[in-house]
Design a binder for this molecule. Structure first.
Ligand code: MN
Length: 198
């Protein structure tokens, strides 16, 4: 059984204001993530998934033909991982520098931000824009709904949740403004640099 306290917010609800409000963080972590955990617990009860790590649940359920709930298990487990990764990758104006490896891969900081913003604003519906390492390549990819790079042998470096619940309270329909504030005020570049060492 998983609990919300295993996946804590690494800061207080007001830590990202005004770019992400306390109301959004309380709903997003305290309600949405809590619900994914509750659903996951119900789905894995009395199955082999009950006794393995979240990572193993994601890696196995993505192509498990033996459990009729595998897709639901994957979705809820991946959402727990994706949100923990998202929240752990942010801080407000905390000063780190974009790693040189990323600037080099995209032709500079501005080019990187432009490409990331283009991807995030063009993702149709719900999902995440990810920066990943795929083999030797660093790339920006969009993934729909709960899909996650760790299910596809890619190393996640940063992710932006563009489900409407991530921004609607603060930005209504203005997803592009949310993406701008994420890129310019909320990315924890030191954490991204740590992720690059994986
Ligand atoms: Mn979310």
């Amino acid at each position: 059984m998983f609990t919300l306290s295993q996946f804590p917010l690494p800061y207080s609800y007001d830590a990202l204001a005004p770019y992400m409000s306390p109301e959004t963080l309380e709903l997003h972590h305290g309600k949405h993530v809590a619900t994914y955990i509750k659903n996951l617990n119900n789905l894995i009860q009395d199955t082999p998934y009950e006794s393995v790590s979240l990572y193993e649940i994601i890696k196995t359920s993505v192509d498990d033909k033996s459990n009729p709930n595998a897709q639901k298990i994957f979705n809820n487990a991946a959402q727990v991982f994706n949100h923990q990764f998202f929240f752990n990758g942010m801080c407000r104006d905390c000063g780190g520098q974009i790693p040189a490896e990323i600037k080099n891969a995209f032709g500079g900081e501005d080019e990187f931000k432009k490409k990331f913003k283009d991807a995030a604003t063009n993702l149709f519906g719900s999902g995440y824009t990810w920066l990943v390492r795929d083999g030797d390549e660093i790339k920006i990819i969009n993934m729909q709904n709960a899909d996650t790079p760790i299910a596809h042998n890619m190393v996640p470096l940063m992710n932006l949740d563009v489900w409407e619940h991530a921004y609607y309270v603060d930005y209504q329909n203005r997803r592009a403004d949310f993406v701008d504030n994420y890129l310019n005020h909320m990315v924890d570049w030191d954490q991204v640099a740590e992720n690059l060492k994986q």
